[in-house]
Design a protein around this ligand. Sequence first.
Ligand SMILES: Cc1ncc(COP(=O)(O)O)c(C=O)c1O
Length: 412
Amino acid sequence: MSGRTSYDRFLSPTGRLLHESAIRRMGTVVARAGDLVSFAPGYPDSALFPWDQLRAITHELLTGADGTVLQYGPTRGYAPLLEALVDVLQARHIKASLDELMITSGSQQGLDLVARVLATPGDVVLVELPTYTGGIAAFRNAQADLVGVVQEEDGISLDDLDEVWQRVRAAGKRAQLLYLVPNFQNPTGRLLALAKRRQVLEWAERRDVLIIEDDPYGALYFEDVASPADTRPIRADDERGRVIYLSTFSKTLAPGFRVGWMVAAPSLIDRFDTAKQSVDLTSGTLDQRVVHLAVRRGVLDALAPRLRDLYRRKRDVMEDALRRQLGDRLTWPAPKGGFFLWVRLPEGCDDVSLLERALEQRLVFVIGSAFYVDGAGHDRIRLSFSAPTPERIEEGVRRLAAALKPAPVSSL
Ligand SMILES: Cc1ncc(COP(=O)(O)O)c(C=O)c1O
């Protein structure tokens, strides 16, 4: 044999199937290009990472005599951070005991662990249309069959949910998991109405389904249109353990720490703990210690109003720029929090060819179809306003307008 080894024949069935997140792929494009405006990944604005406090906390931890700061830690997480989370959750109206909690390496790991432990190959996992690409990847990698449920203005349609469930059952399949992002959903920015939160919980009871509630953006509501009362987690009213709740410090403190957490019944947490042991033994010990002190010293609480204000202003900048530069050619549901505008394209324009033209203008965003499990969404794109400065948002929208210009008709 000559030449370099080809590895295809070595790949396991899972290795062959692995699904890459569309957003990560966009990230690679961003990393390679120079003067590119990126509306693609849902990155927080690094200007508001609390650099001074984090520097002081890290210095303190690394100059002390406590060797455990850099030692392996329990898979379930650093105990004082778990205790601090009980209070963080209390403020979100969730009562959780320590045996219902586990730290994960970002909430993305929480999704992966849920998929590993609960998704049976060939079984259906119900998801919103559209939904977060990282959720799609986690469940697809576990070889689940993803079936979509339509969304209305105020979140998932309960009628469609039950119809889809019945259809799946009539086809002889099982559907035991429902994945939801109720607060400022990625990608639509939508907020699930409070009444629907109660109804979906009742529905899950009736149909014997577990809800996976993914809540990275709940704290990032825009005070002009939403309040903390609107973001009450489904888990807050879950008395029977129907909901597995996932959250993270990625959007409110810094994603580089890779510290997220999950809340579930103790018997499920035991399973997730065992699954995590073979994935990474423990989430980063130093990361957890820094996050713990940041929470306990009020860094997070002091930061939250500034984040809400910053992202609301950036939303305004992007919406104003789109209206000014593109008139009414593009429409989107007004987001009440979070990082995204979910934009509907003009008649006849599709997401993939628009992205190609945008890349020529040195602009990148995520194509709408990446968020659909049924092949739809070519008439949408997701624009993220969280990371770029207001000036770069203006410039990006100018490039988007250039990409949207109809190609000149050549006259012979
Ligand atoms: C809905 C949703 N879930 C999970 C994640 C992953 O977050 P983490 O950084 O905590 O892994 C993201 C990140 O964009 C997200 O938007």
